[in-house]
Design a protein around this ligand. Sequence first.
Ligand SMILES: [Zn+2]
Length: 332
Amino acid sequence: MNICSKTFATKSLTKFIAAVGLAVCLLLPVAAQAESERPHIVATTGMVADLVRAVAGDRAEVEALMGEGVDPHLFKPTRSDTVKLLRADAVFISGLHLEGKMTAAFDRLRESGKPVVALGDAVPKERLLSPPEFEGAHDPHIWMDVGIWASTLPAIRDGLARLDPAGTETYARNADAYGAELARLDAYARRILASIPGKARVLVTAHDAFNYLGRAYGIEVRGIQGISTESEAGLRVIEELAALLADRGVPAVFPETSVSDRNVRALVEGAGARGHRVTLGGALFSDAMGAPGSYEGTYIGMIDHNVTTIARALGGEAPADGFQGKLALAQR
Ligand SMILES: [Zn+2]
């Protein structure tokens, strides 16, 4: 006996309660149906999923393929990931070859007529970085510049509206509201990163994920590994960077949560051998967000963590609880 039939079998209930119960029972199947009819979106990285969720609100289900600490350059979809991609109503990706091992899978999805929205394609070419060693391709780490990432909101809004025209107004409203929140985050990042003393304005990280951040907020950026974690860092690069840290008196270097910290530690030793003490400035979220359900497991939390950690470790002024009082960085 389910809850609904039980309600009507209980004779002590007043007619009023029975009427309400009947109404609820009649409405339940409708609600359940609406639930299953919500568009199901699969996103590749957590950053993409978070952005799509902010626009979709509760009108669509959004699932990320890659979780905490997963490196998108190396990610290969498993059989169950492929099933998720095939079953999705639309797939949202970061693009610009970030998901380098998934190119063939995206091509197959597009050939089958599945909407595949690449956020990188929504960014005007003149705003993209084109490093010479990346021959003809663009640096894919566009989420590191909050302004650029926010500029992809209209592509998400329109992609969702095509799937669910009845939600057009909601998507537009959500995209505008989230865009305003990102503008505040962008202003915070600009303000606190500007407080780092001039000579120490060098951000050294495990791989080259922060060039957009460097350009947007005026910090020199050096990665030990290249743009993609597929390439190996040479001893020569570590020696050069150790010399740079010592010359400029840079106090900290930064590991990343989705990349091995082996090279960063070698660099700290290299600088030490030159008589310059460098600390590990706290792991940054580069190509993956933090744990699901945590503040750092959101795009805003991830960027807040990064810019606040960088500013504090390099001698700038930033609150330990970050942009909106939700961070919990240890006092240094
Ligand atoms: Zn990367």
